[in-house]
Ligand binder design. Structure first.
Ligand code: SF4
Ligand code: SF4
Length: 188
C-alpha cells in the first residue's frame, strides 16, 4: 500500500514526543509488518501499527492524532511481542493517546477518554473493574443514558455483568499503584 504523508510542522515534535513518552527509537523499525499481521484490530482500522510507525518516521503531524487505532487498540501487546526489534507499539499508542488528550483532538466515535476515566474510577474504588457502575457513570457523562439499554437484561442473565461490586481485591495495593503512576500536576 502507498502511504501518502502531508508533512506538517508538528511532525518532528510529534515523533519526538512519542519517542520520549514511549521510550522507543522509531528509526529501528524496518517495516517487516509483523506487528500489523498479529494485531487483532488491524482489519478494522484505517492504518495498522506498522503504517502508524511509518507515518511517524516520515514526519506526519497532528493529523495522525485523528487515526482510529489510537482509540481502537486493545493494549493486548501482541505487536510488542511479535516485533523483532522490541518496539513497544502499545506504548506508542499510549503516547499518542496522551498527546491527543493534551491537544483536545476529536475522536472518531464515542468518548473513549471518558470511558477510560470511568473504568479507572471503579478500579481505584474496588481494586477491580465494576462494569455496571462504570457503564452507568459513562452513560451519565455522555448524556445518552438509555442508549443500548436493551442489551442489559441479557448481559445480566448470562452472567456477563455482575450486579454487585467486586470484592476480594487488595484495594490498598491498587491505590498505591494509582499514587505511583499519577500524572505530574494532578491532585487526584
Ligand atoms: S514488527 Fe517491529 S520492526 Fe516490524 S514493522 Fe512492526 S514495529 Fe516495525
Ligand atoms: S496492542 Fe493494540 S496495536 Fe498492538 S496488537 Fe494489540 S490491539 Fe493491535
Amino acid at each position: 500500500m502507498t502511504i501518502k504523508i502531508k508533512k506538517q510542522p508538528s511532525g518532528e515534535s510529534l515523533r519526538a514526543a512519542v519517542e520520549q513518552l514511549a521510550g522507543v527509537d522509531l528509526s529501528t523499525c524496518y517495516q517487516c509488518k509483523k506487528c500489523s499481521i498479529g494485531c487483532p484490530v488491524a482489519g478494522l482500522v484505517a492504518s495498522p501499527p506498522s503504517e502508524i510507525i511509518r507515518r511517524l518516521q516520515l514526519g506526519a503531524g497532528d493529523e495522525l492524532l485523528q487515526t482510529d487505532l489510537i482509540w481502537t487498540c486493545l493494549s493486548c501487546d501482541t505487536c510488542y511481542a511479535r516485533c523483532p526489534n522490541e518496539i513497544n507499539f502499545a506504548g506508542i499508542i499510549d503516547a499518542l493517546r496522551a498527546v491527543s488528550l493534551e491537544k483536545g483532538v476529536a475522536r472518531p466515535q464515542g468518548n473513549p477518554p471518558l470511558f477510560n476515566r470511568r473504568f479507572l474510577d471503579t478500579v481505584k474504588s474496588y481494586g477491580r473493574a465494576y462494569d455496571l457502575q462504570m457503564l452507568a457513570a459513562y452513560k451519565l457523562g455522555t448524556g445518552k443514558f438509555t442508549a443500548d439499554m436493551e442489551k442489559l437484561p441479557a448481559l445480566l442473565k448470562k452472567g456477563k455483568m455482575a450486579v454487585l461490586p467486586p470484592s476480594g481485591a487488595d484495594k490498598n495495593k491498587v491505590k498505591r499503584i494509582f499514587a505511583a503512576t499519577k500524572p505530574k500536576g494532578k491532585s487526584k
